[in-house]
Structures are given as C-alpha cells and as structure tokens.
Design a protein around this ligand. Structure first.
Ligand SMILES: [Zn+2]
Length: 252
C-alpha cells in the first residue's frame, strides 16, 4: 500500500535539507504536540526514535483523549476507551524510546477542542508551561496548520501560543499526517524543509503503530461508528524519510 501524498512527499524530499545529528541536537530539547494518540507515530515516529537513541529525551504532549474514535460501543464505553488509548500511547512511545515521564496528557475532549480564550484552554497552556519550566524546549513540533481536522488545527495553534509564552526562544516545526493528502502542501513557500532519514527505525515505527490496537480492526467490534487507521495512512511509517516544515522568519 502506498502512503498518502506519495508524489508530494517525493517533491518535498527532493527540496529538503538533511536533518542530521547536529540539527537534532540543536533542536533539542524538543516537544512534540500530538492531537491524538497515534499522531506521534504517524507524523514523527522516526524523529522520536532518532532523538531518543541519541539521548536527547524528546517530550510528547497529547492534546485530546482520543475518545471520538469509536462511538456508542456497549463493550467500550468512553472511560474504557480513554484509559486504553492512554496506555496505548505510552506503549507506542516506549517502542520509540520515549519514557512515560516524557509524556503529558491534556485530556481535551476528542473532536471538540477548547477554544483559545476559554478557561480550559488557558489552564492547559499554564499546565504545559509549568511542565516545561525546568527544561525549556528549543523546538516545538505540531501538525501542519492546514491539516483538515479540528484537533490538528487546534494543536498547531496551541503550539504557537505556547511558543510565544516560553521564556526562551524555540523553533516551530510542522509535521504531516492528514496534510499529506493536501494538493497545496507541495506549494508551501517561505519554509525550510527538512528530511530525516529513518529507514533503520521502520521496525520500531511499525511496532509503535501496532500498539494503538483500538485503531486497528478486530478489537472494538460493536461500535455504532468507528475510526480505524486506513492502510494508506498506516503506510506513513514505512517511508524511509520523514519530512518536516519549519516556518522561516518567525524565529524569535
Ligand atoms: Zn489525529
């Protein structure tokens, strides 16, 4: 199965600069914002594995609780799903070399993100800033802002807001999940494009994704509606490089 946006990936890869060890170190400590458990692996599993193996201790923040992946399942009520998705996220991170103490769960309701300006949103920003206080990040990573999912858009905006509130400068990079399907992604201007070679981490990325068992067929079978990771999205973990976009010109 070919991963989504294969042509776009090829085009961006051809224009990308290599994200090597020196850059990884310069970008660390790094913090990755994942709208849902599984985005960390789909969007930047290779990045997490590469940074972890170098002892760079990347951190991951999960924005939502993932509770909207299955609806009205008698055997999987919301609380069970939320608890399981959290455990799956930690198991996936363990495959990628990221410890549980490097993860933060904000527990936003899935598919109903808190709005900027709301008390819940402000509290989350404070929680994150407190969590990062002793180890201020040098880079924040979130989904490409044009990704067509409300939680992904919210994660991108949230990362911008956190970055602006950090006491020290941090770079802002975008990763793609649904964004690979965009017809305009290859046209992005005013960005630096980075490509991380991660072929040797394919096995770890594959195993990490497999830890998200609720998102694969066969486990939850009695839901009125289910989201399962489609094969063309799953295939993102097979790509030999991960491509990231950096906003140029807003480094402060
Ligand atoms: Zn997602």
């Amino acid at each position: 199965m070919t991963a989504i946006g294969q042509q776009t990936w090829s085009a961006l890869s051809a224009r990308a600069r290599p994200l090597g060890e020196r850059e990884l170190k310069a970008l660390s400590p790094m913090v990755i914002l994942a709208p849902h458990p599984d985005d960390e692996t789909l969007g930047c599993g290779g990045l997490l594995a590469s940074a972890s193996e170098r002892g760079l201790a990347p951190r991951v923040i999960f924005l939502t609780d993932g509770s909207a992946s299955h609806r009205d399942s008698p055997s999987w009520p919301k609380a069970r799903l939320v608890e399981t998705r959290k455990a799956e996220a930690l198991a996936a991170l363990a495959e990628l070399g990221v410890g549980a103490d490097q993860a933060l769960f904000l527990g936003w309701p899935d598919s109903a993100p808190h709005r900027p300006g709301s008390a819940e949103h402000a509290t989350s920003v404070d929680v994150v800033l407190a969590w990062l206080e002793t180890i201020p990040p040098r880079s924040l990573w979130a989904p490409w802002p044009e990704e067509a999912h409300c939680d992904h858009e919210a994660a991108s905006a949230f990362a911008d807001l956190v970055r602006d509130r950090l006491p020290t400068p941090a770079r802002r990079l975008d990763y793609m999940v649904w964004g690979w399907a965009s017809e305009t992604l290859a046209d992005v201007a005013h960005t630096d494009i980075w490509a991380l070679r991660c072929r040797r981490h394919t096995g770890r990325r594959r195993r990490a994704l497999a830890r998200h068992r609720t998102q694969a067929p066969g486990l939850i079978t009695d839901a009125a509606w289910s989201f399962l990771i489609p094969p063309e999205l799953k295939a993102l973990t097979e790509r030999p490089t991960e491509v990231f976009l950096e906003r140029r010109g807003d480094f402060r």
